[in-house]
Design a protein around this ligand. Sequence first.
Ligand SMILES: [Zn+2]
Ligand SMILES: [Zn+2]
Length: 62
Amino acid sequence: MSASAAEAEELSAECTVAQHPHYEGLHGECRQTKDIPLPGTTRILLQSRCGCPCHTSDKPGA
Ligand SMILES: [Zn+2]
Ligand SMILES: [Zn+2]
């Protein structure tokens, strides 16, 4: 194993589970599709955007 450090995106709990077979449906449950900043600041994120590929860019045939 080497490289592939760029894949280290943080996933939401839903999409983490959805990585497993038979749980793909949980991708639809994920709502962490954008950064949530702490109230009163734009520098500290309460929760960062889900890094799951299911949210990225164009879905073919959506
Ligand atoms: Zn997600
Ligand atoms: Zn997902």
